[in-house]
Design a protein around this ligand. Structure first.
Ligand SMILES: *Cc1c(COP(=O)(O)O)cnc(C)c1O
Length: 833
């Protein structure tokens, strides 16, 4: 600890805006309160103090940000650009303090002002710029990129309204507008000078350019301006501070009153409003049809701005266009940014006059694609009329890419028309559609899945033909999560215990957690481990009381499932088990039952009726079970509203049991599973996504496995799955469905849950009925294991001990080595500032 900045003595000489000592921080906070918030201490609100502190922290990042940019330009460093329609970055203040290493000094500085750091941290709004796992992954990767000193830029959309806030009324989800920017965002730096134009609609005209070459001109119907909004992303205890660059849409015309008569003036205002609509709102995923056209427009908008920005930076570095793949790489996070393939071609061919073949070589060497789903309904395709109407030039380019690509396929597989039809970028069965996953695959030099099983299934199913044609293109990079946010920040008492036991290197070398295994049986260490978990459970219990009014017992087994609500994630399987326990208690009130507190959390897409019904069911069960004297507190059911990163901070560390129960083959990786594991939860789970690798790391004896494997799921479906057979064969399951259908959990209403119960009985696309018995049996093993406190604690310790693989640092190193060919660049602070 001796050389830590946190212990530096305050000196009067420290500059107020960059000094890391207590006194410099205190002065900057007070200065900001007066100069930026226009308040004096006696009348300042907590929010004023939050802003003053946030700006003080931001000041310290700016010296690092400037040095970072300066070094990258001077050193000709290759930059990793992470293209993602979502970045679920979570609250920034606490994380930035930790990464800068000034949390303790900030706390002390605030104490001298009579303020509490934790209270100010709790004020920050969640920037909900993502739906769930995919957006959070992008945020974890930014943290690791900066921490590993990799030159990087995150590129995305600055949504004015992020994912909706979830409220629960009468047991139902209600969506409320997310006004995260209402009180201002201290982290954002607007860059009006970094702006690009993006065209939409209209038509194209072909002709010859002044050198006699064929050329195409796009005459758009309208143009939108994208302006850069930057959020600094500091690495952990390094000087690197990269940027998350989000694009905000604006009208192109600065509308000048003199140019318009009254009618035109309102027309001009209308156009301005339309342009600004583009980056207004994040669309929930799993949404059947809503907002299709605007969503494609958003994707093209952010991708075009980002590619234009990369070309600008390339020129700034004094590099010729051919050097683009040597100086930049762009990783496409799912197909949302896959229009980049066609847009980079357009920029190179139409705007820079490169020959097609050269442009294609540059494009493929620059881009790489990460697939995130095998679910057919989630694979993006766009109807041709919509695409043609919005992006006519891009469609022409896609046709040209496709024609050349299909020639290559024909050469490899002469006469195989079925293969040609399968691989085409255009789906011609039925109404024609553009297949974005095919475009992304064809336009990339590397394609990866996000867990071993997922990458394997990707090569065997959705992209099989492509894997056969280009076997060398395919990779696996198993996801990871940042231990800075999900251990240090979320679970400070566990972090202290780890510091004390293992030394302080573990947050950047998570394999060091292995050193815990030799303490797993130590009674004194176990006692401390349990005390940490117990305190975290008390914290969650208090939050549950505040959010829902439900009182839970922190000594019960905390069994937690938090994630987006989706049928494939099977929150209803968990709910059915609770009902079966409840039924057993009603039959035999004296039953010896392991007391459990079931916690659920997660948002359902507003148009996904079945997911919303699952929320209603969980709340219906909670209403009945929590107050039934027969249950007598032995079971508690909680639906924690508005699950987001901010809430995640106190939910993951409080879990004894992590529910990872998706139908095998459906969850690409999962990352929630990793956060639970790091925080010492045991997993009950299927052989799906990264669960498989978690079980491999921790050992089968420390993991509760159940259910069909992915191969078995496919076989059952092939052979004709009849869920009713499973219901008829299992009396307890039959009764569980009956009591739900009887209106017992819906205040006597026998209609509400019909769609859910009928779906399970007669269709059950995610094999809930097939896995039910196996799940219940495993849950019984969990209850038995819980009763042996020492054995359970040992398993809990071992879960944390063997979670090192799941650091996002490991994942980013793999991207750097296997896909990007990028290395670290040290930032010295004396470069500037
Ligand atoms: C980690 C995380 C997720 C992803 O959870 P899964 O269990 O992997 O689906 C979703 N939402 C938030 C807020 C998260 O932090």
């Amino acid at each position: 600890m001796d050389d830590m900045p946190t212990l530096r003595l305050p000196t009067a000489a420290e500059p107020a805006r960059s000094g890391l000592g207590v006194e410099a921080l205190r002065r900057d906070i007070v200065d900001n309160l007066i100069c930026l918030q226009a308040r004096y201490p006696e009348i300042a609100t907590p929010h004023d103090w939050y802003m003053a502190l946030a700006y003080a922290v931001r000041d310290r990042m700016m010296t690092r940000r400037v040095a970072t940019t300066h070094t990258y330009v001077a050193r000709d460093a290759k930059v990793a650009c992470y293209f993602s329609a979502e970045f679920l970055i979570g609250p920034q203040l606490g994380n930035n303090l930790i990464n800068l290493g000034i949390e303790r000094n900030a706390r002390e500085a605030l104490q001298t002002l009579g303020l509490d750091l934790d209270a100010l941290i709790a004020i920050e709004e969640e920037p909900g710029l993502g739906n769930g796992g995919l957006g959070r992954l992008a945020a974890c990767y930014l943290d690791s990129l900066s921490t590993l000193e990799i030159p990087a830029i995150g590129y995305g959309i600055r949504y004015e309204f992020g994912i909706f806030d979830q409220e629960i009324r009468d047991g139902w989800q209600v969506e409320v507008t997310d006004k995260w920017l209402q009180k201002g965002n201290p982290w954002e730096i607007l860059r009006p000078d970094v702006a690009f134009y993006v065209n939409f609609g209209g038509r194209t005209e072909s002709g010859t350019d002044n050198q006699g070459r064929f050329s195409v001109r796009w005459i758009p119907a309208y143009t939108v301006k994208g302006v850069a909004c930057d959020t600094p992303i500091p690495g952990f205890r390094v000087n690197t501070c990269n940027s998350l660059r989000l694009w905000k849409s604006e009208a192109v015309e600065s509308f000048d009153l003199q140019d318009f008569n009254a009618g035109d003036y309102y027309e001009a205002v209308h156009e301005k409003v339309q342009s600004e609509t583009l980056s207004k709102v994040l669309y929930p995923n799993d949404e059947p049809e809503a907002g299709k056209r605007l969503r494609l427009a958003q994707q093209y908008f952010f991708v075009s701005c980002s590619l234009q920005d990369m070309l600008r930076l390339l020129a700034l570095k004094g590099e010729p266009i051919e050097r683009l793949p040597d100086m930049f790489t762009a990783q496409m996070n799912d197909t949302h940014p896959s229009i980049a393939v066609a847009e980079l071609m357009r920029l190179l061919v139409d705007e820079r006059q490169l020959a097609w073949d050269e442009a294609w070589d540059i494009t493929r060497r620059t881009l790489a694609y990460t697939n995130h789903t095998l679910l057919p309904e989630a694979l993006e395709t766009w109807g041709l009329p919509l695409f043609q109407g919005l992006l006519p030039r891009l469609l022409e380019i896609i046709y040209e890419i496709n024609s050349r690509f299909l020639d290559e396929v024909r050469q490899h597989y002469p006469g195989d028309d079925a293969r040609l039809a399968r691989m085409s970028l255009i789906d011609e069965s039925g109404a024609k559609r553009v297949r974005m996953a095919h475009l992304a695959t064809v336009g990339s030099h590397a394609v990866n899945g996000v867990a071993a099983l997922h990458s394997q299934l990707l090569e065997e199913t959705v992209l099989r033909d492509f894997a056969e044609l280009w076997p060398g293109h395919f990779r696996n990079v198993t996801n990871g999560v940042t231990p800075r946010r999900f251990l240090m920040l979320s679970n400070p008492s566990l972090a202290s215990l780890l510091d004390e036991t293992l030394g302080e290197g573990w947050p950047t070398d998570l394999g060091k957690l292995r050193g815990l295994d030799k303490h797993a049986d130590d009674a004194a260490f176990q006692e401390r481990w349990r005390r940490v978990k117990q305190a975290n459970k008390e914290t969650l219990a208090a939050q549950i009381k505040t959010a829902t009014g439900i009182v839970v017992d922190p000594s019960a087994l905390f069994d937690i499932q938090v994630k987006r609500i989706h049928e494939y994630k099977r929150q209803h399987l968990n709910a059915l088990y609770i009902v079966s326990l409840y039924q057993r208690l009603r039959r035999d009130p004296q039953l010896a039952l392991t007391p459990r507190c079931f916690v659920f959390g997660g948002k359902a897409a507003p148009g996904y009726a079945m997911a919303k019904l699952i929320i209603r069911l969980i709340n219906g069960i909670a209403e009945v079970v929590n107050d039934d004297p027969v249950v007598n507190g032995r079971l508690k059911v909680v639906f924690f509203p508005d699950f987001n990163v901010k809430n995640a901070h106190f939910i993951y560390p409080a879990a004894d049991l992590s529910e990872q129960i998706s139908t095998a083959g459906k969850e690409a990786s999962g990352t929630g599973n990793m956060k639970f594991m790091m925080n010492g939860a045991l997993t009950i789970g299927t052989l799906d996504g990264a669960n498989i690798e978690i079980r491999e790391e921790v050992g089968d004896e420390n993991f509760f496995l159940f259910g069909l494997s992915a191969a078995e799921v496919e076989r059952v479906k092939r052979e004709g799955y009849r869920p009713a057979d499973f219901v008829n064969a299992n009396q307890e399951l039959h009764e569980v469905l009956e009591v739900i259908a009887s209106g017992h959990f819906s205040r006597g209403d026998r209609e509400v849950f019909c769609p859910l119960v009928d779906n399970l009985r007669y269709s059950d696309p995610f094999l809930v009925m097939a896995d039910y018995a196996s799940y219940v049996a495993r849950q019984e093993d969990v209850s038995t294991a819980w009763r042996d406190t020492r054995a359970w604690t040992r398993m809990s310790i071992l879960n944390t001990a063997y979670s090192g693989k799941f650091s996002s640092d490991r994942a980013i190193r793999e991207y750097c080595e296997q896909i990007w060919n990028i290395g670290p660049v040290r930032i010295a602070l004396d470069q500037r500032g």
